[in-house]
Design a protein around this ligand. Structure first.
Ligand code: S3P
Length: 445
């Protein structure tokens, strides 16, 4: 595998850039390198249904700021497709509107847990009806919302972002108290749009008291993010970096295919997302970061990998992923399990129950697919153990309609001997429609 590749714009950042541009107080935001993912297209379509002017030409998106009060209610339900980020972040914005909204999605999204956002938004004064905690959600907005200080029960950037976005339409300071830090794109982008976002140092007394309580209970320090509402956002052009979670599939493939040398250019290097690079290094892969710089408040750079085939860990405990590192690697765990099959001592993933409520149950999906390929795998309620190194052989695989399972299975099939067949491969469109043609372009035959 050889070459220099860009990967499409970051999915997490594209959702956020579009939403914040829509909330800007007048003015047009031009977003460059907007994600090609179907999930991000769902966010744009929902904004248009809410009366926001969105113009898209390829990966350039222009959005007219409508202000914190969105122009109009949508007559039809807002379809978030397969996208949990669209539903949870939009719920935060819609909770503070003077109209009612219905959020729905595809079969997978309608089974995913939404109480995690219903609960804080209800505390802020919105009334939300659901089907046993799942979508469709009927959001009876209230303006202004009441500010809260909220400690999410699970480490989730989507919950944090939902509460912060609701906080823009609240009276007073809204704080999110995190025991485990999660990706901080919302905070960085809010600052880019001119909102003052305070972190642990500058928070109010009530949040401080809660932090101390949480610290005492969990014996760990908490991270607090807060902002004061009602806020005002100023339109500002954005250029988004490539998606490191998409790059991860290529990085692992290159690391495992001997004699590879691959560079992924202009990729996002936000420290809350780069744990994957540290892990690859700790497990013995040859990974280097070059040409780093800052762009739209986010670090960006190139990542180069050289292929070594089977790997041996170079750091103690590198074979065990558990605790706070899980939140930082959540989207990369399926592909890391593939890597685990080629690592001396294998790979153990624990404390990762959240994987069971992603686009599919990713623990079960990886266990079944890796076993089909001949890997030795143990399944736990909160994770799995993959033994390594083990030779994989081609098999019939199933993506279970999940984009990251499809891409992880493809990389596993590449390092296996013999042919594999993958059902549900078209799900890559959710985050990375160009995955197969790009892979083809760097594979040597
Ligand atoms: C995302 C956060 C993560 C991640 C998802 C995108 C985001 O979900 O799995 O792909 O953009 O905030 P959780 O925050 O629910 O873990």
């Amino acid at each position: 595998m050889r070459g220099l590749l860009p990967v499409p714009g970051d999915k997490s950042l594209s959702h956020r850039a579009a939403l914040l541009a829509a909330l800007a107080d007048g003015g047009r935001t031009r977003i460059e390198n907007f994600a090609t993912s179907a999930d991000c297209a769902a966010t744009l379509a929902c904004l248009e249904q809410l009366g926001v002017s969105v113009r898209r030409q390829g990966t350039t998106v222009k959005i007219e700021g409508a202000g914190l009060k969105l122009p109009r209610a949508s007559v039809a339900p807002l379809d978030c497709g397969n996208s949990g980020t669209t539903m949870r972040l939009l719920a935060g914005i819609l909770a503070g509107q003077r109209f009612n909204s219905v959020l729905t999605g595809d079969e997978s999204l309608r089974t995913r847990p939404m109480r995690r956002v219903i609960e804080p938004l209800a505390q802020m004064g919105a009334r939300i009806e659901s089907r046993a905690g799942c979508a469709p959600l009927i959001i009876n907005g209230r303006h202004p919302l009441a500010s809260i200080s909220y400690a999410p029960p699970v480490a989730s950037a989507q919950i944090k972002s939902c509460v912060l976005l609701a906080g823009l339409n609240a009276d007073g300071r809204t704080a999110v108290v995190e025991r485990t830090p999660t990706r901080d794109h919302t905070e960085r982008l809010l600052r880019w749009f001119g909102v003052e976002v305070a972190t642990t140092e500058e928070i109010n007394v009530r949040a401080h008291a809660e932090t101390e309580m949480i610290e005492a209970q969990t014996n760990t320090s908490a991270h607090i993010v807060s902002l004061a509402g009602p806020a005002r956002l100023a339109a500002r052009d954005c250029t988004l970096p490539g998606d490191i979670s998409s790059a991860a599939f290529f990085l692992v493939a290159a690391a495992l295919l001997p004699d590879s040398e691959l560079t992924i250019s202009e990729v996002g290097l936000n420290p809350t997302r780069t744990q994957i690079l540290d892990m690859l290094g700790a497990l013995g892969a040859d990974v280097r970061v070059e040409h780093t710089r800052e762009q739209t408040n986010e670090p960006v750079g190139d990542v180069r990998v050289r292929g070594r085939g089977r790997l041996a860990p170079v750091a103690r405990d590198a074979n065990v992923l558990r605790g706070s590192v899980i939140a930082a690697l959540i989207d990369e765990l399926p592909i890391l399990c593939v890597l685990g099959t080629q690592v001396q001592g294998g790979l153990s993933v624990r404390d990762a129950r959240e994987l069971r409520v992603k686009e599919t149950d990713r623990i079960s999906a990886m266990v079944k697919n890796l076993r089909a390929l001949g890997a030795e795998v143990e399944e736990y309620e909160d994770g799995l153990f993959v033994n390594g190194p083990v030779a994989l052989r081609g098999a019939r695989l199933d993506a279970y309609s999940d984009h990251r399972i499809a891409m992880a299975c493809t990389v596993a099939a590449l390092i296996a001997t013999g042919e594999s067949e993958l059902a549900g491969a078209d799900s890559v469109r959710i985050s990375f429609p160009e995955f197969f043609p790009l892979l083809d372009s760097v594979l040597e035959r």
